[in-house]
Design a protein around this ligand. Structure first.
Ligand code: ZN
Length: 504
């Protein structure tokens, strides 16, 4: 086979001297390719597009050792020229005789973003190694585009997989994943979480128009489907200062073999569709979500540990607190304020943990008020929910308390087992947890240890960890009402057998 890549060094290597010459030729070719890609890029900039970068690198030089693989990686990245606004990266380049990987992802000041990136990296590498275990030679290449607005980090992760074909490396899989994070909290946002309701029809049309302008005859006959309001393809977009960038995987809006596509809608166009305050919109209705609840606090140090873990994972939880325990912790004011600052929700779990069904309305009222007053005095905010101790409630309790009463749909039985591994394994085998309310207790050390396994695990599985009120609003479309009880019958989705699996 003759082509411009025949300078390549193979197993029948020419002597070293020729190597040098062919390397030089290689560089010249690279320069020409570079000049060409600059030209292409200029055209794209002028016409307002960002994408089709992968076309120029669909077929690349082979490599036979670590050094050549490094060159391969550099060539691929140079050709793509993805804009990266973050100051530092993690970059893992690993050459292997059969499988090689090069994963470059951003590093930010936010631990939650960095943790999400490293979980993504691990998942991409293990997924690749599994899928291509039998391949003679394949390479996973991951690189990213980064954007920042005042409120949000936007990261588009480009994944290309090369496999050896006719002694060349050819792209066999090309995908783009977008991830957005609220800067302040590290909570993941993005996709439709950033859009106002009712955006779909007009936005789809605007995107289709922009794609048509951009790609013309290269649009596939299915393009409309992939930007229509019935699909969820609009989820793949990022916010930049200049506008919103929408990404489409290979084989969707463009004809086969044309690579992935992206199109930018100017801020003046997208503005009307965006939430007013992106930092306040960290939940995406179209992605799975679960609410972890912790009863019986405060303990003090244990909630601090939990808050650290939640913060590092861009997660929030709901704490159902006992008045008497709040009163007994010397630092309670700071802990309560930290909970609210991180976006957690505080609920009332009575003052002294009595069986409320056995109390008079007056005594029930006292349990409610004393706890609410104390928490308001310390934190500045009144609890929004309540949970009856032992789950013991009846109409009298629910009406007298006059707050939304929250049960649970998954009981960890953590108070009984006190075994982090068991609690973790139970979660792993629990099936789909989308829409569920999980019950734990923040006063037991093993529950906190279990949470340190469970929280990153759920995040890596693609669950958004939300408060109970967020779960009600975004998953069930309901604003919780005073004097009503929400139990396992409420927090239950039909058709939720399958565990969501994120495959990057
Ligand atoms: Zn309790």
């Amino acid at each position: 086979m003759t082509n411009r890549y025949d300078h390549r060094r193979g197993k029948t290597d020419p002597p070293r001297k020729n190597d040098f010459r062919s390397n030089k030729k290689h560089r010249i070719l690279k320069r020409r390719r570079f000049a060409l890609s600059v030209l292409v890029l200029l055209i794209l900039i002028i016409t307002g597009a960002i994408g089709i970068y992968s076309i120029s690198t669909h077929i690349m030089d082979n490599y036979d050792d670590a050094e050549e693989f490094n060159e391969f990686v550099t060539d691929h990245r140079d050709a793509a020229e993805l804009p990266q606004c973050f100051s530092s990266n993690t970059d893992k380049i690993q050459y292997g005789d059969k499988l090689s990987t090069a994963v470059r992802l951003p590093k930010t000041r936010n631990a939650a973003v960095n943790n999400a990136m490293s979980a993504m990296s691990a998942s991409m590498i293990s997924g690749f190694e599994k899928k291509y275990a039998k391949s003679e030679k394949a390479a996973l290449m991951v690189d990213y585009e980064g954007y920042m607005t005042d409120d949000v980090y936007g990261i588009a992760v480009h994944k290309d997989i090369f496999e050896e074909k006719d002694d060349e490396m050819v792209i066999v899989d090309s995908q783009v994943f977008t991830r957005s994070f609220v800067k302040k909290s590290g909570r993941e946002t993005g996709g439709t979480a950033l859009l106002k309701d009712g955006y779909k029809d007009q936005l789809s049309q605007d995107i289709l128009d922009a794609l048509t302008d951009e790609y013309g005859d290269n649009l596939s006959s299915h393009a409309k489907e992939h930007v229509s309001d019935t699909s969820e393809n609009l989820n793949s977009f990022l916010l930049a200062d200049s506008g919103a960038i929408f990404y489409f995987d290979e084989g969707t809006v463009l004809k086969k073999g044309m690579g992935s596509a992206s199109v930018i809608l100017d801020m003046s166009v997208i503005e009307d569709f965006l939430q007013d305050d992106p930092a306040d919109a960290p939940v995406d209705k179209n992605k799975p979500m679960v609410a972890i609840t912790y009863d019986d606090g405060l303990n003090g140090p244990l909630e601090e540990e939990l808050l650290d873990c939640l913060e590092e994972n861009g997660a929030v939880a709901t704490f159902f607190l006992l008045g008497t325990n709040v009163a007994n912790v010397s630092d309670s004011e700071n802990i309560l304020k930290r909970m609210l600052k991180q976006g957690c929700e505080i609920g009332n779990h009575s003052y002294s943990h009595p069986q409320l069904t056995k109390l008079s309305p007056k005594a029930i009222r006292e349990q409610a008020d004393k706890t609410n007053d104390l928490i308001e005095k310390l934190s500045g905010e009144v609890p929004t929910l309540f949970r009856a101790p032992y789950g013991a409630k009846n109409d009298k309790v629910i009406k007298t308390y006059d707050m939304p009463e929250i049960g649970w749909s998954y009981d960890s039985l953590d108070w009984k087992y006190r075994d982090p591994k068991r609690e973790f394994n139970d979660i792993k085998s629990a099936g789909n947890l989308d829409g569920e309310v999980l019950l734990f207790h923040s006063i037991h050390e093993p529950s906190v240890e279990a949470s340190k396994l469970i929280i990153p695990y759920l995040r890596a599985r693609g669950y958004q960890l939300v408060t109970v009120s967020e779960l009600a609003e975004y998953r069930y479309g309901v604003t919780l009402e005073n004097g009503r009880s929400y139990g396992p019958d409420f927090f239950d989705l039909e058709d939720s057998e399958k565990t969501p699996e994120i495959s990057y």
